[in-house]
Design a binder for this molecule. Structure first.
Ligand SMILES: Nc1ncnc2c1ncn2[C@@H]1O[C@H](COP(=O)(O)OP(=O)(O)OP(=O)(O)O)[C@@H](O)[C@H]1O
Ligand SMILES: [Mg+2]
Length: 319
């Protein structure tokens, strides 16, 4: 459904993205994951036909973004990074306007707008001026306008940014519900978001794609060790010593999360990837008479994933 071929974009003499190639199948939800300035927005703007690449090209729903950009735009719903909403329009009137521009048939409009407002949970604010909506609600209106005319492809640039936790859950759910009907690319900084919503992840760093895989494979590939987060009520030194001596433990890293006056101490306990030491660790703590307050797998943070990917890449280049 989407094929990007060696997309490169220069701003002045600086490459924002270089040789970016990937494909997205019909009905797939793919996440673009990368730090600030990685090139996510640039790539998305090129795919929507709003920004011409310096070189390379892409096909979206069978149409070339360069030679057939009108056809591409007709098939895409786009939530830009900064949603350009008309602040002096009311929500429903704005959606009516976008529907007209997008060429939704007049007799279809009312029904379609009603459905979309319900999906995005903005029915209650339909007569409110966009300018007086909270940021999260504006983001919802942005998503609503992207959904008009049932686009084959949805491109969502950080759809959950600025939303409160409840709204984040709802928007993720909404995106999941849309899968199957639309092909979706979304960008995010949040690793768990990708695992929750996307079937595949494209990791982009410094204008280059550094990994494409399923969230599960990626985490497994990168996690050379298994990490547990452990919080114990007990004497720090003794706890640390006992843990170090536990067979299978590779490394202990104290984590300073306890409040002042709190007897609880937290550690990251690292073991080989194939070993789950939760039973051994909990038995040890209980046998010693300490309090086991928390024990759970510690997920890799986005920072750790990047560091590891970038190091892997450098090693490949060198060796
Ligand atoms: N209009 C522009 N003029 C000059 N440089 C730009 C322009 N837009 C983006 N860039 C540069 O291109 C690079 C990629 O930017 P881009 O906005 O695509 O990153 P991003 O991955 O979307 O980042 P963020 O997570 O902060 O949104 C950055 O170095 C940025 O400074
Ligand atoms: Mg961006």
């Amino acid at each position: 459904m989407i094929e990007a071929e060696k997309l490169t974009k220069y701003y002045d003499k600086v490459a924002a993205i270089e040789d970016v190639s990937f494909t997205v199948d019909k009905g797939e939800i793919v996440g673009f994951l990368g730090p600030n300035g990685a090139g996510k927005t640039t790539t998305m703007r090129i795919l929507t036909g709003f920004l011409p690449p310096s070189s390379g090209t892409a096909r979206v729903a069978g149409h070339d973004i360069l030679t057939d950009s009108l056809q591409v735009r007709r098939r895409i719903g786009y939530l830009p990074e900064a949603v350009p909403l008309y602040t002096d329009m009311k929500v429903a009137a704005y959606l009516e306007f976008v529907a007209e521009v997008k060429g939704v048939e007049r007799r279809e409009r009312r029904r379609s707008i009603g459905q979309i407002m319900e999906k995005c949970r903005i029915v209650d604010v339909q007569r409110v001026l966009i300018g007086s909506l909270s940021r999260g609600y504006r983001q919802r209106v942005g998503i609503a306008q992207a959904l008009l005319k049932d686009p084959e492809v949805l491109i969502l640039d950080e759809p959950t940014v600025g939303l409160d936790p409840q709204q984040i859950i709802e928007i993720r759910q909404l995106i999941k519900e849309l899968s199957g009907q639309s092909t979706i690319i979304l960008s995010t900084h949040i690793l768990p978001e990708v695992s929750m919503v996307c079937q595949r992840v494209i990791i982009i760093n410094d204008g280059h794609i550094i990994a494409v895989d399923t969230p599960e494979n990626l985490t497994a590939r990168l996690q050379s060790s298994a990490k547990l987060l452990l919080t114990v009520d007990g004497p720090v030194g003794q706890v640390e010593e006992a843990l170090t001596r536990l067979p299978g433990v590779l490394r202990i890293e104290p984590k300073d999360e306890g409040k002042a006056g709190d007897a609880a101490v937290s550690f990251i306990v690292e073991s080989e990837r194939s070993r789950d030491l939760r039973r051994e660790v909990s038995r040890l703590i209980v046998d010693k008479g300490w309090g086991l307050l928390e024990l759970r797998p510690a997920d890799m943070t986005l920072e750790e994933i990047f560091i590891r990917l970038v190091t892997e890449e450098h090693q490949e280049v060198r060796g």
